[in-house]
Design a protein around this ligand. Structure first.
Ligand SMILES: NC(=O)c1ccc[n+]([C@@H]2O[C@H](COP(=O)([O-])OP(=O)(O)OC[C@H]3O[C@@H](n4cnc5c(N)ncnc54)[C@H](OP(=O)(O)O)[C@@H]3O)[C@@H](O)[C@H]2O)c1
Length: 300
């Protein structure tokens, strides 16, 4: 079994008992394509050991040729809680510890709420939300015993927006956000870290037919959802965000002693985040008196 090179900060500056882990043990969900694949490449290039997990883990021979034992292909469909537990166990057995868990696997269909059948709705919630819950819950006992570890959740800036046609996907991502913010407060006292990453549009397969199903549309939704479908079809392959750069940033964040709790990724995401914050503040201010009107009158 290969152990990571661990240097204590005490060694470096004499006093602190914090560690700087030079070679971390990573586990990434959805490593077959897109951001997950780029993240695996970036973490391996940074000398980390990486459990590359996928529903079909047969596409990693190129990484294994270059990085040998530092690559561990593991089968994982994140919707299966038992498989999540097995994947965490295999990773920890192989690497001797678990430092960074990235919940990256995700999938979106495009359809109005009315046109989205329960199976599609449930599948998107299962992958984007329950997958995060299963993997996080499987990893927590290990990280807690270590007294160290970092969970990185790949959410989406869309979780703050409410885009026509993406109700199921964005609802699942919004659930990931609040789940992760609660989790962060629970595990910070245990020495564990959580970073919620909210990317804008990254140039991956996510809008392609291998990832996204465009559901048949009722004509009444042509204006709202059809317009988004046309925009996304045009946008595919032209998204501003570079998944390689996004991956490098995430590897950097995993090295930080005090990483961000929330990180927006991409200049498009920054503009959308600022607009969403302004709109929310303006709406709350506009309806302030009505909101406050339900309180019991103050005595006296
Ligand atoms: N690209 C963007 O613009 C963007 C923006 C915001 C957020 N994100 C988020 O970033 C993450 C990565 O997306 P991407 O852009 O890289 O998309 P992608 O190119 O479509 O890749 C999605 C990955 O998730 C995997 N996956 C899907 N369902 C899974 C399941 N049930 N179990 C395990 N793996 C599963 C896929 O594996 P298979 O090969 O088996 O299908 C694939 O590896 C997602 O969480 C996505 O929501 C992306």
């Amino acid at each position: 079994m290969r152990q990571g090179l661990v240097i204590t900060e005490q060694f470096l500056n004499g006093y602190s008992s914090d560690w700087i882990v030079m070679s971390q043990a990573w586990m990434i969900t959805g490593s077959s394509r897109g951001l997950g694949r780029r993240l695996a490449e970036a973490a391996l290039a940074a000398d980390h050991r990486v459990a590359v997990t996928a529903r079909r883990p047969d596409g990693f021979s190129d990484l294994e040729r270059v990085y040998g034992e530092r690559v561990l292909p593991v089968t994982l469909d994140v919707t299966d809680p038992a498989a999540a537990a097995r994947a965490v166990e295999r990773t920890t057995e192989a690497f001797g510890r678990l430092d960074v868990v990235v919940n990256n696997a995700g999938q979106a269909d495009l359809g109005s709420v009315e046109d989205t059948p329960p199976e599609s709705f449930a599948a998107q919630i299962a992958t984007n939300f329950w997958g995060v819950v299963h993997v996080t819950r499987a990893a927590l006992p290990i990280l807690r015993r270590q007294g160290a570890g970092h969970i990185i959740q790949i959410s989406s800036l869309g979780s703050r927006m409410g885009t026509p046609g993406l109700g199921a996907y964005q609802a699942a991502k919004a659930a990931v956000n609040t789940f992760s913010l609660s989790l962060a407060k629970e595990i910070r006292p245990l020495g564990l870290k959580v970073t919620l990453v909210e990317p804008g549009d990254l140039r991956t397969d996510i809008l392609g037919s291998d990832s996204m199903t465009v559901l048949p549309r009722t004509e009444a939704y042509e204006e709202a959802v059809g317009a988004v479908a046309a925009r996304l079809a045009q946008h595919h392959g032209k998204q501003p965000g570079d998944p390689r750069r996004a991956a490098s940033v995430i590897v950097e964040v995993a090295r930080m002693a005090e990483p961000p709790e929330r990180l927006v990724l991409g200049s498009d995401a920054l503009s959308f985040a600022e607009a969403a914050t302004r709109e929310l503040a303006a709406s709350d201010a506009r309806w302030r008196d009505l909101s406050a009107s339900v309180d019991f009158p103050v005595d006296g």
